[in-house]
Design a protein around this ligand. Structure first.
Ligand code: ADP
Ligand code: MG
Length: 232
């Protein structure tokens, strides 16, 4: 796979085919995902909803290649991730997938610009494009005077904007979000979702895990998951 373009322009960006995820525990196996199949097309804006423990985070972790299925196949840009080496998977995550989490997960000792530049540095230490960081921070509408502040000097909503900018810096094909507004008040959460909707209108494929119907209302399709199965 080339680091530049995700292959398979004409194919769904993400496909799950009969995916099972079992966590083996001493007390007995836990089947977190039970024969899951679905496809996500380029440009979609999808929410994944379901009760606590239904398998939402497991699903998102598999989509982001942070974990592997017990059985079944996952394809990203038409490539079966089970056929990829660890290095190829690391590069796939770095170059094509952006993550946003409930607790922002910013580096506390780095300022805003340094946080946003971090994924660029992982890609190429020699080629950090400072203009790019400013461009994505403008896109998430963070005030310029905050660029040299550290995360603890920012509000929750401002921190999540930085996290979104960091997820966007390497131009991901897919943005994966696990309860991105779960730690924000409802007004701030709404402004983050409006930002996501704008990014989606500009072409980014977004998948957001949430138990909040207000968050799901911003998306164009909802996948309901109960006890590790998709409810149709
Ligand atoms: N690392 C793990 N080890 C063992 N069991 C796990 C692990 N992660 C999740 N589970 C179990 O898998 C099921 C689905 O969990 P999860 O995907 O976190 O659900 P959700 O995000 O919808 O709350 C739950 O029963 C949970 O306890
Ligand atoms: Mg979860």
């Amino acid at each position: 796979m080339t680091p530049e373009a995700l292959p398979g322009e004409d194919q769904p960006v993400l496909v799950f085919h009969d995916v099972v995820k079992v966590y083996p525990l001493k007390a007995g196996d836990v089947t977190a995902l039970n024969h899951i199949s679905f496809a996500v097309n380029r440009g979609e804006f999808i929410s994944i909803m379901g009760p606590s423990g239904s398998g939402k985070s497991t699903l998102l972790n598999l989509m982001g290649c942070l974990d592997t299925p017990t059985s079944g196949d996952i394809f990203i840009g038409g490539i079966r991730i089970g056929d990829m080496s660890d290095v190829e998977l690391t590069n796939l995550r770095r170059d094509h997938i952006g993550f946003i989490f409930q607790y922002f997960n910013l580096f506390p000792l780095l300022n805003v610009i340094e946080n946003v530049n971090f994924p660029q540095m992982l890609k190429s230490r020699a080629k950090v494009d400072e203009k790019k960081a400013v461009a994505v921070l403008r896109a998430v509408k963070l005030d310029e005077h905050l660029y040299v502040h550290t995360p603890l000097e920012l509000s929750g909503g401002q921190q999540q904007r930085v996290a979104v900018a960091r997820a966007l810096i390497n131009d991901p094909d897919i943005l994966l979000c696990d309860e991105p507004t779960g730690n924000l008040d409802s007004k701030t959460g709404a402004s983050i979702m409006e930002l996501m909707a704008e990014l989606n209108r500009n072409g980014t494929t977004i998948i957001v895990v949430t138990h909040d119907p207000r968050v799901a209302s911003y998306t164009n399709r909802t996948i309901q998951i109960v006890d590790g199965r998709i409810e149709s």
